[in-house]
Design a protein around this ligand. Structure first.
Ligand code: CA
Length: 631
């Protein structure tokens, strides 16, 4: 998972992240629609009441709300200037942010090729002597099938896309479509499971707001067939109906079709959020997202963070512009939420597909995405290309792992898939891991793994992509005043928590690494007129960084309430959650802190941000540090 990068790589590119987030980012959005988040204290006062004066004044009507996120979807009167409205809405003190209802698009490059019927496909594969494996790349998918237990709770994979051909034999004869038993066994016309959707037997159509997620594009059916085909031969179907859905003809994962992209493959943020919510709240553990766009949506970001809080894995296509997501992010794949796994497309010869987006800091791994065979509507099969086709292999593998390890966090599944993939030289500069997925290695490793009982905290207000944080970082230089959790391990050391668990405290504090920052700090200090905002201390300590289980050692030269210079030679995976162990100079004590790797525009460097009160840090480090310069 962790990879050593050459120093200073992509500094300039990464800084573009922070400057390119104008509110509207030039993105397409739905005419007359706005998403508004109210401040948390307004929730306590009761729903949207605090904002109702402004809403009335501007002629906004409420279309829907996601109460647990305090997000509200408004429609303006026709002909309204959305961008002007957003600015005016944001001037209301009750409002945390407002944004247009951005549009996103499917991430396939091609339409269908090589269309064939089931019998034509079977004949073709029989004459070539090979079983249907969807890709000729050595991903060892079939080897992994024997690793699947004969019984188990089938993992539900939400395919958030254009829908699904619900009558396609590869799904019906293998019983691969998710069933909402409460509705199927309930009363027609009644929302039996009270999830807000009437008769949602197998998913939902968020475009038409009906219970029929039929596919009027074909993309979602193709993507779903790849997810399913990762775990079972989708061409091996029984001729005798009595054999359907038993034994070899029984799917071990279930597809929950959630249609939010329309017949042109385009969809609104508001519907994507609904689909993510629906998926997570109705039992999907894996969310496949073969779509995206260049507009940063804070509301969508919150929905992805919600999926993380609910242990799900969020698989996202990296995009097909052939560009670098480190400098030109693609959402949702570029969100730095720890459960997002961003997938590039590779060819059958294990090269990055020319069209595939990449990102040494933001795209995790490669997966086959060129001329992939799968299901297409009307009981047909055919090929498509795109990162849309690469992501569902990862989703399929993740579902197989989740079935073996039902209590495993999506975050840990991501870690296993990243770790247990095959290193491919062509991918080394294109992805975080430099790897292409390997089904069998990941399955074997996942079955033997002990399940983590916790996952790192994620605070959206600390995200690299948060506009306010980005500007705060840029202006403060070190991100002071930001809050991040600090974990304490068991045992000795100052401030140790009792008992076996982790005790948490907070500090207003940031540690910046690596060498690049240290140099930047020194340079600033030498400039005449430069005045440090924070007290600065000298400390000679060893520092260990634990990034998803891998340890890197360095030494810490100085620390302040605004930041710390740490001499570490390696750059780190953007968005990673890391554990920093700071040793006392005599080696007798150690504090352990969780952090989050970010980019500081002000410092032109990566850093680790974590948080507690400054007093807490001082008391923790008090015996180790020596003041070298005052504020
Ligand atoms: Ca329902």
């Amino acid at each position: 998972m962790f990879k050593f990068y050459p120093k200073f790589r992509s500094f300039i590119g990464l800084s573009l992240f922070l400057t390119s987030f104008s509110v509207f980012a030039g993105g397409e959005y739905v005419d007359g629609e706005i998403i508004v988040k109210l401040k948390s204290d307004q929730v306590i006062k009761g729903s949207t009441k605090a904002f109702s004066g402004m809403a009335n004044k501007l002629g906004l009507s409420l279309k829907g709300s996601w109460k647990s996120m305090n997000l509200h979807h408004y429609k303006a009167t026709s002909g309204s200037d959305v961008e002007a409205l957003v600015k005016e809405i944001e001037s209301d003190p009750a409002v945390e942010f407002a944004e247009p209802n951005y549009k996103f698009n499917k991430a396939s490059l091609t339409s269908f090729s090589n269309e064939a019927s089931l019998s034509e496909m079977q004949e073709a594969f029989a004459s070539s002597g090979s079983r249907f494996t969807q890709t000729s790349a050595h991903v060892d998918a079939e080897d992994a099938w024997s690793e699947m237990s004969s019984s188990g709770i089938d993992t539900v994979v939400a395919v958030i896309d254009t829908g699904l051909d619900m009558d396609h034999p590869s799904f019906t004869k293998l019983c691969a479509i998710w069933n909402n038993e409460a509705e199927i066994n309930g009363t027609p016309g009644i929302d039996d499971d009270r999830n807000g959707y009437v008769d949602d037997f197998h998913g939902w159509n968020f475009v038409a707001n009906t219970n029929s997620p039929e596919d009027d594009d074909g993309h979602g059916t193709h993507v779903s067939g790849i997810v399913l085909g990762s775990s079972i031969d989708i061409l091996n179907l029984p001729k005798d109906s009595s054999k359907e859905c038993v034994g070899d003809y029984q799917a071990k994962i279930k597809i929950m079709p959630l249609k939010f992209l329309d017949g042109n493959g385009s969809g609104a943020t508001s519907n994507a959020i609904q689909a993510i919510y629906y998926a997570v709240n109705n039992g999907a553990r894996i969310l496949n997202n073969s779509w995206g766009g260049g507009s940063y949506s804070r509301a969508l970001h919150e929905a992805v963070a919600y999926s993380y809080s609910r242990k799900a894995l969020f698989v996202a296509a990296a995009g097909n512009a052939g560009s670098d997501n480190d400098s030109t992010p693609m959402f949702p794949s570029s969100y730095d939420v720890p459960n997002v796994i961003s997938v590039a497309a590779t060819s059958s010869s294990d090269y990055k597909a020319s069209f595939s987006n990449y990102g040494a800091f933001s795209v995790h791994l490669g997966s086959p995405g060129v001329a992939i065979y799968s299901t297409i509507p009307g009981s047909y099969y055919g090929t498509m290309s795109g990162t849309s086709m690469a992501a569902p292999f990862v989703a399929g593998l993740a579902a197989m792992i989740s079935r073996e390890q039902p209590s495993m966090y999506g975050y840990q599944i991501k870690d296993i898939i990243n770790s247990e993939s095959d290193s491919i030289s062509n991918l080394s500069n294109y992805t975080v891991t430099g790897k292409r997925l390997n089904f069998n290695d990941a399955m074997v490793s996942a079955k033997a793994a002990s399940v983590w009982s916790e996952q790192p905290s994620y605070d959206i207000s600390l995200s690299l992509y948060d506009r306010e944080v980005a500007s705060a970082l840029a202006s403060s230089g070190a991100g002071c005043g930001l809050v991040k959790q600090l974990y304490r391990g068991n045992g000795g050391g100052p401030g140790a928590g009792g008992g076996g668990g982790l005790s948490r405290f907070f500090m207003l504090f940031a540690i910046m690494i690596p060498a690049g920052l240290w140099l930047a700090m020194r340079r600033k200090k030498e400039e005449p007129g430069f005045r440090r905002e924070h007290e600065r201390y000298k400390v000679d300590s060893k520092v260990k960084l634990n990034i998803n289980g891998r340890e890197v050692e360095g030494s810490m030269a100085s620390i302040s309430m605004g930041g710390a210079g740490v001499n570490v030679e390696q750059l780190l995976d953007m968005g990673s959650v890391v554990t920093l162990k700071i040793q006392s100079p005599d080696g007798s004590g150690e504090i352990e802190v969780d952090g989050h790797i970010v980019w500081s525009d002000g410092e032109q460097s990566h850093g680790i941000r974590f948080a507690s009160t400054a007093d807490r840090v001082k008391s923790l480090l008090g015996r180790w540090i020596e003041v070298v310069s005052g504020a």
